[in-house]
Ligand binder design. Structure first.
Ligand code: ADP
Ligand code: ADP
Ligand code: MG
Length: 472
């Protein structure tokens, strides 16, 4: 078994991994930028080391992190999600230093991180893939020609994209022409790659993804699916396991597809295969995430499997402890991403000191968070501060318990998305359990949606907050 793990991340996921280490008797090493000196992961880890003054650069500094892990006597690195988690060079650098990388091999990360390569690999494995371009687009004319054969609307997507960014729906050739350069420049800035491709826009899509676990000994299993259809701007807000809108046949079908997909690329460790389900009940492969996901928690709630612990065991070379037929679903779980954003003001980011924080509790309620009373939320990072995870035996009970749990939370000093989630929980469509990714846009009455904010406005708010923070 591993003895000491460096966690190359911050926020709630770093805390989550530190907790798994503590339960397994493994020492944990946190890293932190100066802006994170008072962050919870720094307090919770057995050791914490500075990675410099820049708020972000240190978390992305492969050599510095790998050196630090070696110097502090670690035998493994857990990358969490975001940051270096889907960086094949990072996985390779860990292994070159004799450190276990808690995730799949560098080659698989690179191949699946490239969405056009991943589509190709899946097509070869006989997995249905969303119709789209054969590989990346050469130029706008190429894009227009492909779109004409696919038929509008189409999705223009960054090949290296993630986190819901670098995706634009185009309803006409004019729309595509307008967006083409925009998406390229967005992709270059955010992901350091100008590659883009096209997919047919799936109508009334449900986002259904399957959690996979695979060990080094040839065992690959799935832990059933999550429904992440409640999204805003292609970003997940509420996740549900299992999907309340799948039949038993569809559940068995998609689980088997995901296992086949993982086996086809010799996948190892935890991963997620994302699919879109269209109005006719067809599944299409969308992408594979080669890391722990934000919403792994709800799968833990319905299956009882500790996914982070399994990740660590797999990286230590141990075989899976579960056969497929030992994995069963019990009840329903929902996860609410508590973001520091003001839903009544166009989801503008919100920063500052949390003057009071009370985490919800009671039966079936779990909170994974990185905040505490007195914590000052820095403006440099993801707006997600906490996750409230609710479990109950039936869908209706899970919805009722969710409302109780969200009413139970207290976060003073900053705005959060909780009021918005309380509105969603009262929506008859949501409560029916049947909805697609258009839910948020189709229900503008849920927030003051006329109050939309443009990305430039959000950037301006961020710049002011960063200037104020730096001045402190
Ligand atoms: P999940 O797929 O686990 O639901 P998200 O898509 O919300 O997670 O992404 C989790 C975090 O990882 C976010 O902070 C997001 O910005 C970041 N992220 C995801 N993919 C990428 C990527 N390709 N490049 C950079 N950051 C990414
Ligand atoms: P990311 O890497 O940012 O997670 P994905 O490719 O997983 O990007 O897409 C994110 C979301 O965008 C999906 O969950 C879905 O809501 C929407 N989306 C992506 N591709 C399509 C498509 N072809 N048709 C309809 N919606 C799509
Ligand atoms: Mg995705």
């Amino acid at each position: 078994m591993l003895r000491k793990i460096l966690i190359a991340n911050r926020g709630e996921i770093a805390v989550r991994i530190i907790r798994a280490c503590a339960e397994m008797g493994i020492r944990s090493v946190a890293i932190y930028a100066d802006a994170d000196r008072h962050a919870l992961h720094v307090k919770k880890a057995d050791e914490a080391h500075s990675i410099g003054a820049d708020p972000v650069a240190g978390y992305l500094d492969i050599h510095r992190i790998v050196n630090l892990a070696a110097q502090t006597g670690c035998d493994a690195i857990h990358p969490g999600y975001g940051f270096l988690s889907e960086n094949g060079d990072f996985a390779a650098a860990c292994r070159a230093r004799g450190l276990a990388f808690i995730g799949p091999g560098a080659e698989v990360i690179r191949r699946m991180g490239d969405k056009t390569e991943a589509r190709l690999a899946m097509q070869q494995a006989g997995i249905p893939v969303t119709p789209g371009s054969d590989g990346n687009l050469d130029n706008l004319d190429h894009a227009l020609a492909v779109a004409a054969t696919l038929g509008y609307p189409v999705m223009l997507k960054a090949t290296s994209g993630g986190g819901g960014r670098g995706i634009r729906r185009c309803d006409s050739p004019e729309d595509l022409s307008r967006n083409y350069d925009r998406v390229i420049s967005e992709a270059t800035k955010a992901f350091g790659s100008a590659e883009v491709f096209l997919e047919k826009c799936i109508i009334e899509p449900r986002h259904i993804e399957v959690q996979i676990l695979a060990d080094r000994h040839g065992n690959t299993i799935h832990l059933f699916e999550r429904d992440c259809s409640i999204q805003r701007r292609n970003q997940k807000l509420i996740e549900i396991a299992p999907s309340p809108q799948l039949s038993a046949e569809q559940r068995a079908h998609i689980g088997a597809l995901a296992v086949r997909a993982a086996r086809a690329v010799n996948y190892e460790n935890a991963g997620t295969v994302e699919f879109l389900l269209d109005a006719d009940g067809e599944f299409y492969f969308m992408e594979m995430n080669t890391r722990i996901q934000v919403e792994h928690t709800i799968t833990e709630s319905i299956t009882g499997v500790d996914i982070v612990e399994e990740q660590i065991r797999i990286a230590a070379g141990l075989p899976l402890r579960y056969a497929q037929d030992e994995i069963a679903i019990r009840g329903f779980a929902l996860q609410f991403r508590i973001n520091a954003e003001d839903p009544k003001n166009g989801f503008l980011p919100s920063f500052g000191r949390i003057t009071r924080y009370y985490a919800p509790g009671g039966p079936g309620v779990r909170t994974d968070s990185a905040i505490y009373t007195g914590y000052a939320v820095p403006p440099y990072y993801d707006s997600m501060l906490a996750k409230v995870i609710v479990w109950a035996l039936t869908w209706d009970d899970a919805v009722a318990r969710s409302r109780r749990a969200l009413n139970d939370v207290a976060v003073f000093g900053i705005k959060t998305t909780i009021p918005y989630y309380l509105q969603i929980l009262d929506s008859p469509v949501f409560r029916s359990g049947v909805f697609n990714t258009g839910f948020v846009d189709a229900n503008p009455q849920l927030v003051n949606y006329s109050n939309k904010r443009r990305p430039e406005e959000i950037a301006a708010v961020l710049a002011v907050a960063i200037a104020a923070h730096t001045g402190n």
